[in-house]
Design a protein around this ligand. Sequence first.
Ligand SMILES: Nc1ncnc2c1ncn2[C@@H]1O[C@H](COP(=O)(O)OP(=O)(O)OP(=O)(O)O)[C@@H](O)[C@H]1O
Ligand SMILES: [Mg+2]
Length: 1057
Amino acid sequence: MYMFSKSLEERCNRILRDMEGSLTARDRVGIQDFVLLDAYTSESAVLDNLRKRFNENLIYTYIGTLLVSVNPYKELGIYTKKQMDIYMGVNFFELPPHIYALADNVYRTMLTETNNHFILISGESGAGKTEASKKILQFYAVSCPSTKLLDNVRDRLLLSNPVLEAFGNAKTLKNDNSSRFGKYMDIQFDHMGGAVGGHILSYLLEKSRVVHQNHGERSFHIFYQLVEGGEEDLLRWLGLERNCQRYSYLVQGECAKVSSVNDKSDWKTVRKALSVIEFSESNIESLFAIIASVLHLGNVTFVADSQGYATLNNSPEIHWLSKLLGIPAQVIQVGLTHRKIEARSEEVLSPFTVDQAVYAKDALAKAIYGRTFTWLVNELNESLANKVSVSSKTTVIGLLDIYGFEVFSVNSFEQFCINYCNEKLQQLFIQLTLKSEQEEYEMEGIEWESVPYFNNKIICDLVEEKFKGIISVLDEECLRPGEATDMTFLEKLEEKMGGHAHFVTHKLADQKTRKTLERGDFRLLHYAGEVTYSVVGFLDKNNDLLYRNIKEVMRQSKNAIVKHCFPSTEPDSKKRPETVATQFKSSLVGLTEILMSKEPWYVRCMKPNEGKQPGLFDDVLVRHQVKYLGLMEHLRVRRAGFAYRRRYEIFLQRYKPLCPDTWPNWKGTAAEGVECLVKHLGYKPDEYKMGRTKIFIRHPRTLFATEDAFEVCKHELGGITNMTYKPITLSACVVLLATKIETCWRGMKARREREKRAWAVKVIKRFIKGFMTRNQPACVDNTDYLAFVRQNYLTRLKENLPKTVVDKNTWLTPPPIMQEASQMLRKLYTRHMVRRYVQGIMTERKAQLQIKGLTSSIFKGTKENYPHSVGIPFVDTRISEEDIHIKVYQMIRQERIKYSVPVVKYDRNGFRPRFRQLIYTGSAAYLVEEAKIKQRVEFNNLKGVSVSTLSDNFLILHVQCEDIKQKGDLVLQCDYLFEALTKLCLVANKHNFIKVVQGSVKFDIQPGREGFVDFKSGQETMIYRAKNGHLMVVSMKLKTVWPFNSQNEQIHFLNYY
Ligand SMILES: Nc1ncnc2c1ncn2[C@@H]1O[C@H](COP(=O)(O)OP(=O)(O)OP(=O)(O)O)[C@@H](O)[C@H]1O
Ligand SMILES: [Mg+2]
């Protein structure tokens, strides 16, 4: 569900209600948009739909935003003001297809996106292009904002049409109002959407029509309009009779009168239009004088004199020509019968034969008319020029209405140019819709299956390629010295184009095809079908020569327009001017460039039958057009593709008010913003795709719904855009004020932000400079940086100090400038830690630890089981005084008992174990068995103590005994070995008499008799008398762990302290 507000819903309902009338009812026939056609790949299905709709007078159908139009050849009543009102400002899909819907959509897109657009109207001759372009113009005339000034521009824009049509359109076999020139018209709009001006570009007028028309065709409408509609006075002044039959140039096609054309009323329209466009009366006079002159010129006849040269009777035509053009009759006479040539350094007049004179006369008629047409377009442009909003920026909608593809029974140079032009437009269409569209999907990384299409580039190249194309060959023949003729041109073509898939001549054709070709023909396989061209006249028409002296004659004219058209500044250089075909080619390149710079829209016009008949739908003819207009391919691309795409930035900028997360500012990337926005709007996953730089929206309806929501939102925000609205309500006023306050607040915040940024830039710059000079001696550039480094290091160090003294790894590596300071700090901090710790320890604990420190100094790193003893606290004594036999106690009491511990004593002979008590007094160590003192060792007689390096708990007390009767050394085993030995050291006040011995310990059994205790590691603890008589002590190998328990740490601290 889209999250659109209620007002939008109401609006949609209103539109739907409006549509409930005749429009929608009628339009339920077939399908309005081919994109919705199930069998969209079937040509027949497309044709069926077109036919079904055509039979119900529904001539418009969409393919996405492309409009297909089938000429109804009758008035349908669908172009009324009421219809225009219905389509104004309503989204494309909401109403049945119409040229107004397209026009409105283009207009509104232009306004919202403030960019330029063009509408390419294409189709063959008679398909309805000119009518379509007129309808679009009429729609804008009604729908655009209106002021007195704008109305003036609007009227001129509208009225430029009948004037141009009068001078540039003619009846042909295909179309009673066939455009014989190409027209591209820019309509300029100001930012409020007012039409403020226009500009017309015209392309290659078929001026040969002035002197010759095929059977069933006419010259340009203006001649007939003047003769039929001109006021009596005017005709009299122009020396014309009200009878077209009287004029040779008007009767070549033998159909001066056409029932579908009302020359009389058209004359009135043109006359009025000329006044509204503000052509001056003198210009209008000069203009009609020229039209009449051409008619008089057409009636000039020549007769051959005795030498065969052309002569002119002093005919009335020369008189009228002289009067209307303001040139002496004699001058005209000579000009029409002679040619100036250069003989050596002199210029001499060479007389014409009759044929040459007729040729020169026709050339003059064509030149006058052609140049006058160009003048007319320039005048219209002056009149249409934007004088309303000169300062502000304008955007344009271009309308391209050019002569359609045409095939006659005899086709000449003109058809060649016209059809080439249509090839170019088809190429542009392919470029913009099929090729670049598919390329864009690829570029944007949108999954895409290519749609094959016929690319007519091959035909364009055949015609226009430099040095190789038909135009090049034609120019070469026109410009080369020697006898070049139309036939030599054909031969050259055959030489160069032979074998080209789209080119064939009588000579090159196979037998079957040859029958359909004359010897002077060449046939091109255009995108729209085959056309056989007769080469007759190609060279002449391409050269379009006008003898120099006749130009000089025209320069003498008093007729202002003629004078303007034949300026004395025109170079008379001997260099040949560019040929017609080459000029045309260049102008089409220019046109393509103009179009490529704008956003394209398309109207594809079709003819339902060849007979201009209403209600007749010729399947074969329409199918052919569906094919060559590329509608099927376009449909497939549209169907598979996306109707709308916009750069993320533009899309987000426009629609961000629709989502609270993106309004008013989105912090992330534009793509993320768009993603967030469309999710909020409820786009379904298959309705859109995110490309690399753009969002692609599959159906127009999705976008239109978004646009509608935006419109509603915009109104709710009350005038935050620069559009004009109706008077605002109180609540809107409050919103407006709130918006204003918000704007100020945002402005202030933005300014602060800007200051902050400027400050940041300065700091960053200083920082970078400091970084670059950090290794140099302290200077202005690096002072701040180094201070920052110091501060930064110290701050980080503070947060990352080691927790214990034994933690040697947690000291932050200092930057080079802090090396020394870091070392000092580390020492200081360690001392500080130790000090703090030690200060926190109790006196008793301290004493205990000091003793442990002594143990550590003796056994750390020397005896295997020392680490395991560290954690076990020492106690004052292991045997309480009550547990010492009273007799013993009484005997030694006066020596003061310091410490006692149970031990196992091994007999010196036989090594039998005996449980004994070992008691230290102030002066001796006693080995006690119950009530008997078994041995007393005075500390003075204690030579030393041996222990092994292993994990056993044996100690051998070495006793001084010179006396043989004395007992020898003591071999003892004590569970509290380290405690007992440390206490012994302390009591006996002997610190260095403990030896930690590896392997074997020799001891005295009695003076002069030795014994041995051997120590080794094994799987289990064992004590036994070995075969060698030694006492074997096997102890288990312990893992050399050094448990850093707290006691251990404390000992460490104490050592340190
Ligand atoms: N929408 C329409 N409604 C009624 N009649 C139409 C419509 N479009 C075209 N026609 C009829 O078809 C005739 C030919 O149309 P139009 O002059 O627009 O053809 P064209 O495509 O411009 O041909 P060309 O290429 O020869 O200039 C018109 O004069 C008119 O009679
Ligand atoms: Mg036309």
